[in-house]
Design a binder for this molecule. Structure first.
Ligand SMILES: [Zn+2]
Length: 71
């Protein structure tokens, strides 16, 4: 049987890791990264890296929405 190795990227530090038992905290590379991500969610400061996302953009509807604003 062929062994298929699947690699994923750690959402926290974006390092590549193998989807295997070597990484019990996958998709995070480590327990630390998992806790960081969890803490970010609880903190309400979680955001997608690279995306323009700040408090000001939240006040402008339609900008980050893919659905057009119909009247
Ligand atoms: Zn990581």
């Amino acid at each position: 049987m062929a062994e298929k190795s699947v690699t994923v990227r750690c959402p926290t530090c974006e390092s590549t890791l193998e989807w295997s038992q070597h990484y019990p905290y996958r998709p995070f590379c480590s327990r630390r990264c998992k806790l960081i991500d969890l803490g970010a969610w609880l903190d309400g400061s979680h955001h997608i890296p690279g995306a323009p996302w700040d408090d000001e953009s939240l006040d402008t509807p339609g900008d980050s929405n893919d659905e057009p604003d119909r009247v």
